[in-house]
Design a protein around this ligand. Structure first.
Ligand SMILES: Cc1ncc(COP(=O)(O)O)c(C=O)c1O
Length: 389
């Protein structure tokens, strides 16, 4: 067992960079290394790569190239959306209310809380059902004339549930309130057309879809009020100063393009693995529950809670047995407190402490899943025994 390579089952935390993506990026480190703002030939080469990448991303999501802002990560895209729109709406019309779901990634929820602490915004949380899904009718009820922005996660990183973004967007649009969705997980798997989804702002991050870490994008519908987060030069339509990271932007566009290729086949593969994991764990392990929606969820995503289990101990034991999994969100691992997202679903604390997220990817095989399923029930039994000592 010890000599076997560890099986990676944590594709929602990150993914390996696709070799085709690495190949596309390489010339922009050495050969075409110019600063895209320079007038000369080197600058023009970088500028051409940048604008090609912008066109690629725009085409995939049915946006205009001028509506794409490249950022350093999904978190930065979320920060720019929330802070940029909230402060612009405050300046333009005195808006003071922010509406988010209680199951947002911390990049959204902590930004909203900072806007509350430092800028006096009132942050309100939409209700969610037991699967972490927002009802569009509730958005209608909670909207106020002074709402600056609504932000609801597209597909949840911890529990995989997919929100009815299209319907929520329709409500926001009819009330003239900017609507942001964090699609850092969603964009890796789901069809994204910003007009169909009725979103004004949408965050994506390359490392969730076999692109490099440290690069993201924010879609901003033309006409959306927004002020820059990072001030300085006039890059990215004056919304994000800083010399462009051309190789990474090229990598993001290439990786995003590859997500569109063979998407159906890939999803069919994920779906079989996902069903196998869910069925086996729920039938073989006592006091186990699936978290998130059974069907309306990311195709590669499974997540569970187990009563009377310490999630971090379980992760360490799984790692020692050769399986890299997560307790929910990569940012959360190591924290002894149960996740806010799981508590927001009404899951009791002694269950929420025993969470496990298993997410599969392009490289995951059926044999790896069978090996994993062979060890999990016994490991959970062992962790329960440890706790009861
Ligand atoms: C839903 C969601 N939003 C935002 C982020 C943050 O993205 P990044 O790691 O690119 O900053 C993540 C990453 O885990 C995520 O899953």
């Amino acid at each position: 067992m010890q000599n076997k390579p560890t099986v990676f089952l944590d594709y929602a935390s990150t993914t390996p960079v696709d070799p085709e993506v690495v190949e596309a990026m390489m010339p922009y480190f050495t050969e075409y290394f110019g600063n895209s703002s320079s007038i000369h030939k080197f600058g023009q080469q970088a500028e051409a790569a940048l604008e090609n990448s912008r066109h690629t991303v725009a085409e995939i999501i049915a946006a205009r190239p001028s509506e794409i802002v490249f950022t350093s990560c999904g978190s930065e895209s979320d920060n720019l959306a929330l802070r940029g729109v909230a402060l612009a709406e405050r300046k333009n019309r005195g808006a003071s209310h922010i509406l988010i779901s209680p199951v947002e990634h911390h990049a959204v929820s902590n930004t909203a809380l900072q806007l509350q602490d430092l800028h006096g915004f009132n942050v309100e949380y939409l209700p969610v059902d037991q699967f972490g899904i927002v009802d569009p009718d509730d958005v209608k009820k909670y909207l106020r004339p002074e709402t600056a922005i609504v932000s609801v996660i597209h597909a949840n990183n911890e529990i995989g549930s997919i929100n009815p973004v299209q319907e929520i967007g329709e409500v926001c649009q009819s009330h003239g309130v900017p609507f942001h969705t964090d699609s850092v997980q969603g964009a890796a798997h789901l069809p994204i057309n910003v007009d169909t989804l009725n979103v004004d702002l949408m965050s994506i991050g390359a490392h969730k879809f076999y692109g490099p870490k440290g690069v993201g994008a924010l879609y901003i519908r033309e006409g959306t009020p927004i002020i820059p987060e990072l001030t300085g030069g006039g890059q990215e339509n004056n919304l994000r100063a800083g010399t462009h990271n051309t190789p990474y932007i090229v990598g993001l566009a290439k990786a995003f393009q590859l997500t569109q290729v063979n998407a159906q086949e890939r999803h069919a593969h994920y779906d079989l693995l996902r069903k196998r994991i869910i069925n086996h764990i729920l039938s073989e392990i006592p006091s186990a529950r699936l978290t998130g929606h059974p069907d309306q969820r990311l195709p590669n995503h499974t997540s569970f809670v187990f009563q009377g289990v310490d999630g971090n101990t379980l992760l360490m034991m799984l790692d020692a047995a050769g399986f890299a999994c997560s307790s929910g969100s990569a940012c959360k691992t190591g924290d002894p407190e149960p996740s806010d997202v799981l508590l927001a679903l009404g899951i009791p604390r002694d269950w929420a402490l025993g969470s496990l997220r298993v997410t599969v990817g392009q490289q995951t095989t059926f044999n790896e899943i069978e090996d994993f399923l062979n060890v999990v029930p016994d490991l959970i039994h062992q962790v329960r025994e440890l706790i009861s000592i």
